[in-house]
Design a protein around this ligand. Structure first.
Ligand code: FMN
Length: 181
């Protein structure tokens, strides 16, 4: 798929068919994410793919702050990817101090950059994704048992689309871009 087509046709998908995401396909999208740039090439982003129905139900029920869209999405997704970061590395000096005035910002920045690569690779494979930021970190940690030293950055539901949403309106390039000459 051509790059601009992939970027423009990607939509957040919240309704999926029952078809499972093959592990080889899952590995391919995570491989794409592994090529994303990262703070000093620290590669701190990790992916926990959950397919177990009982756990998906528990996350839907208890871990998304009762946000109905996310409950529904997680209940019908064949898989949910938890995007985590190994803490205290991206944006930090070796002595544990922050490298910049932006503090912990670079951890989630790296997670965001990698997640976009993952979502576009999924799109190229005919899969749909939705990034979800409305969740309770502590409750998800409890339910899933996120490895010690990792922080949950985002949830991504993934599967074969069962809807074709209309693109939410985008701002024009004129609104977005400032060129300083
Ligand atoms: C950081 C972030 C958090 C988001 N959180 C949620 C969420 O919790 N639930 C949801 O349904 N969509 C969520 N979205 C998806 C946005 O609503 C969606 O990207 C936006 O409406 C544009 O639609 P599009 O992705 O189809 O272009 C999130 C997207 C981002 C980037």
């Amino acid at each position: 798929m051509e790059f601009m087509e992939c970027v423009t046709k990607r939509r957040s998908i919240r309704s999926f068919t029952a078809e499972k995401v093959e592990e080889a396909v899952l590995r391919r999208v995570v491989q794409a994410a592994s090529y994303a740039p990262s703070w000093k090439n620290s590669q701190t982003v990790r992916y926990i793919a959950i397919e177990q129905k009982e756990l998906l139900e528990e996350i839907a029920q208890h871990c998304v702050m009762d946000f109905e869209y996310n409950k529904r999405t997680i209940r019908n997704a064949p898989a949910l990817i938890l995007v985590t970061t190994v803490a205290n590395r991206a944006g930090y000096e070796r002595d544990g101090s922050f490298s910049t005035s932006k503090g912990t910002h670079w951890e989630s920045f790296d997670a965001g950059v990698a997640t976009m690569a993952l979502c576009l690779a999924a799109q190229e494979q005919g899969l749909g994704t939705v990034v979800m930021g409305i969740f309770d970190e502590e409750k998800t940690d409890e339910a899933v048992g996120i490895p010690v030293g990792q922080k949950l950055s985002a949830m991504v539901a993934i599967g074969y689309p069962d809807e074709q949403p209309i693109m939410p309106k985008r701002k024009s390039v004129d609104e977005l871009l400032t060129v300083i000459k």
